[in-house]
Design a protein around this ligand. Structure first.
Ligand code: GCV
Length: 832
């Protein structure tokens, strides 16, 4: 056995401790899951396995399965004449045709062929073609633009015809994917008559991927890109490009914003060109993250100052080299003066000086843009205002081909945070929105957390910059302030895992991101349903269940991890496990109450004043904020635990209830998924079921940690439940097999009776325990002499945690287990 422990193993062992708890069982009964549970076990261990073929998820939503016989017949007449492209196919038009050939052949159950425009009944083309003009007017095509399309059902000589027309070949490709989506969702081709164009000009994926293939904050294997193996391009690149284009994405930054300058060398640029060509075939421009100190590390210069002519010449030469080798190059993404990355401030220059330096170099050689991130921070004062204070005064100082890339919130991709105030405050600067698909703070690839509703909320957020109706989507589509370069970037959640995103349902985030980037007016429910139909088929029970599981999952995750917008209850490393004390700076939980005072009065950070009215006033007022913006209350105000929310419950009771409810909901989610056992292929069904098992265990760890922590601080009893909580274990940094070691467990008695508790250290190969008397509403440290007695020398690993028992009270915890490594060192468990 190797010396790593997987999350499942850790939780499995942890669940041994947790099995004494009554809460998990109560949750199952209360939420009605037990009835389903009976059917569930039958389904799970069914002697009548699903007749569906096991699938590995590689096809994602481009999974074309035969249509119903009636639909196949209806399509038959259309596909009989083949698919024609007019005029001569460009690589992108050819890709559009090939997608249709592949998808339609699979859906009608026979090979569909390419044919001449005259013969074809499905005709693709750009507006200049007479064959296309016969069906669609020039003005309509022009209105759709280069990336939009007109999809038209028509007849010619009594026979049905379908035309996909655009001004540019990318529009035709997007139109082809529209047709395929429509058919996958059981749509009738005869009724198709749509014109669409994307709202946001820049629709990008950002890969935080390193040259060695380590994927920063990636939970789905290694980087998709095998940089060292380039120029070799694999089929997977091709399939990845198909996925991107199918949801309308048009750009991809292939390397990490914590950037290695190596990506800008001639040697690398020569090798990346074939990958850029694969992307270009699908209308995707390749972008690179740049290291601002490259003039020094690559160019051998003594400075990277924007004012230095040699530095300017360096970037101009790099821009020339990039554009010469990668004609479809889109531009550079820069993280500067942030988290140790170099930037212009290191040389006495501003962010605008730095961005313009690169932008001017690119403008000399092509149409590349610079996406300059605003993610700069420190913890002096209020972190939420750091980016605003650094960038807002620079409004108007950036060149026309610079776009500021702004994270959705002012902190860092928390499950909930306010919308970044910069969106409404930089009218003279191009802006794009940065979202995070990879679930850094939202459960990695274990928890189901469909983020499209969160993103939709950001897009719809009214900044009031030009009065009511000045939404973020109007900023990032360029219309509100009249900007050409605008859009959205999403940090990838895909990797080398066969099913792309590790958690099969996490691909819904990738799909939803693209669809919302295309049209921010789309409803999350419609996007979720579209994904479900394409990914799992049109069985009504599957569609309804999966859609609802997706739509409820963000709120559920929020319920058991973070109350009322406070955020940051995780540890400071992988950002996966709960460890509330680590991030007190953010949530400000203390004995008197919880929340960060950001109002503009005495004791507040003044952050609320960064918004336009009426938001500034609403956020600043405790009463109005509590009433109108309840979900953000603790992001704006520090309130006592007995503060009464509009729901009538106190903040502390809300914290208890929401965490118990949230964890209970995961049981229901699992049961609903389990009930689909025979409607979804067994392979994908089993993987998701195992994910729910892990999510349940981890949701309970979160619940126990948070409620235990708040009880310990507040000493306010939960009006609905009483419990004992084991909140933490202190141990020496190193243990020796066979020798007693001192373990300290902290036990909280969240009941109104004094209780004698027994605390023991559990886990394979550990022995030891102790007793303590814990008064009502008190927390007490209990020291235990425990001996690691593993027979393995040295112990390969051991998980140890504390267990308490005290009469009939349920026991929450432990908050943390420890792993003993092969060397005898201790560390908290985390992902393997
Ligand atoms: C790429 C957070 C993440 C980092 C990430 C950074 C950023 O701090 O934890 O992994 O670095 O954001 O967005 O630059």
């Amino acid at each position: 056995m190797n010396d790593r422990i997987t999350r499942r193993e850790a939780l499995g062992l942890g669940a041994g401790f947790l099995s004494v708890l009554a809460w998990g069982c109560a949750a199952r009964e209360d939420d009605g899951a037990s009835a389903v549970g009976a059917g569930m076990s039958e389904a799970e261990g069914s002697p009548f396995p699903s007749a569906l073929t096991p699938e590995d998820g590689y096809e994602a939503w481009l999974r074309y399965r035969p249509l119903s016989p009636a639909r196949q017949e209806a399509l038959g007449a259309l596909v009989a004449g083949g698919i024609g492209v007019d005029p001569t196919a460009t690589p992108v038009l050819a890709a559009a045709r090939d997608e249709l050939l592949r998808g339609l052949s699979a859906m009608v159950g026979r090979e569909v062929r390419a044919s001449s425009p005259a013969e074809a009944r499905i005709l693709l083309g750009v507006g200049s073609s007479p064959a296309i003009r016969a069906h669609v007017r020039e003005a309509e095509i022009d209105a759709a633009g280069d990336e939009g399309y007109v999809l038209r059902s028509a007849t010619r000589s009594g026979a049905p015809r379908l035309v996909i027309a655009s001004r540019g070949d990318r529009g035709v490709l997007y139109g082809a994917f529209h047709l395929l989506r429509h058919l996958q969702a059981d749509g009738d081709p005869a009724t198709l008559n749509v014109t669409e164009r994307p709202r946001l000009p820049l629709r990008l994926i950002n890969h935080w991927d390193n040259y060695d293939r380590h994927a920063e904050r990636g939970y789905a294997g290694l980087s998709i890109f095998d940089f060292a193996a380039l120029p070799a391009v694999s089929d997977r690149y091709h399939d990845y490009a198909r996925l991107l284009a199918s949801v309308g994405l048009n750009g991809c930054v292939i390397n990490n914003v914590n950037a290695n300058a190596r990506f800008l060398t001639d040697e690398f640029l020569d090798r990346v060109a074939p990958l850029a060509r694969v992307f270009a075939t699908y209308g995707i421009r390749l972008y690179l993250s740049a290291n601002f100190a490259a003039p020094m590390t690559l160019g051998g210069l003594a400075t990277a100052s924007p004012f230095d002519p040699a530095v300017q010449a360096f970037w101009s030469e790099r821009a020339r080299a990039i554009h010469a080798r990668v004609p479809s190059f889109g531009g550079l993404l820069v993280k500067a003066n942030s988290e140790g990355q170099p930037g212009p401030q290191d040389f006495g220059a501003s962010h605008a000086d730095g961005a313009n330096l690169l932008a001017r170099a690119l403008a000399r050689h092509g149409d590349g843009i610079v996406m300059w991130r605003t993610f700069v921070w420190h913890e002096d004062g209020d972190r939420a205002r750091v980016a605003y204070d650094a960038f807002q005064p620079l409004d108007g100082a950036f060149d026309a081909n610079v776009v500021l890339q702004i994270k959705n919130g002012p902190l860092d991709f928390q499950v909930r945070e306010p919308v970044h105030p910069l969106f409404g405050r930089m009218p003279h600067t191009n802006a794009m929105l940065e979202l995070q698909l990879t679930q850094e703070y939202t459960g990695h690839a274990t928890h189901l957390c469909y983020l499209v509703p969160q993103w939709k909320g950001v897009m719809d957020f009214d900044t009031h910059a030009k009065g009511p109706g000045s939404r973020v989507s109007d900023v990032v589509d360029g219309s509100l302030f009249g900007h050409r370069h605008a859009g959205v970037a999403g940090v990838r959640n895909v990797g080398t895992d066969r099913n792309w995103s590790n958690h099969p349902l996490a691909m819904a985030n990738f799909h939803g991101f693209g669809r919302l980037a295309w049209d921010p007016e789309l409803a999350p429910a419609a996007i979720a349903e579209e994904w479900t139909r394409a990914t799992f088929g049109n069985d009504p029970a599957v569609v309804e269940t999966v859609r609802e599981l997706l739509l409820g999952s963000w709120e559920t995750y929020e319920l058991y991890t973070s109350p009322l917008g406070s955020g940051f209850f995780c540890e400071g490393g992988p950002h996966y496990d709960p460890h509330p004390p680590d991030k007190r700076y953010y949530h400000r939980a203390a004995e008197d109450g919880v929340g960060f005072a950001r109002h503009d009065r005495e004791g507040g950070s003044g952050y609320t004043a960064l918004y336009h009215e009426p938001l500034a006033r609403e956020y600043a007022s405790l009463e109005v904020c509590a009433k109108k913006h309840t979900a953000l209350l603790l992001a704006m105000h520090h309130v006592p635990y007995d503060f009464v929310l509009p729901s009538g419950v106190t903040v502390i009771q809300h914290i208890y209830d929401s965490h118990f409810d949230g964890a209970a909901r995961v049981h229901t989610m699992r049961a609903r998924w389990a009930a689909l056992a025979r409607a979804i292929d067994p392979a994908r069904h089993a993987v998701v079921l195992a994910k729910f098992d892990a999510q349940i265990a981890h949701a309970e760890v979160w619940r126990d940690s948070i409620v235990g922590y708040f009880f310990h601080l507040s000493r306010v009893l939960d009006a609905r439940r009483a419990w004992l909580a084991v909140r933490r274990i202190a141990m020496p940094a190193r243990v020796v097999v066979g020798e007693a070691t001192r373990v300290v467990a902290q036990v909280s008695n969240a009941s109104d009776e004094a209780i004698e508790v027994e605390v023991s250290v559990g886990g394979r190969g550990w022995a030891g325990g102790g007793k303590a008397f814990v008064p009502a509403r008190a927390s007490q440290d209990v020291a235990i002499a425990a001996t690691p007695s593993s027979r393995e020398e040295p112990p390969t690993f051991t998980v140890t945690g504390a267990r308490a028992s005290g009469g009939t009270l349920p026991v929450l915890g432990p908050e943390f287990a420890q792993i003993v490594t092969a060397r005898g060192d201790l560390r908290p468990w985390s992902w393997s």
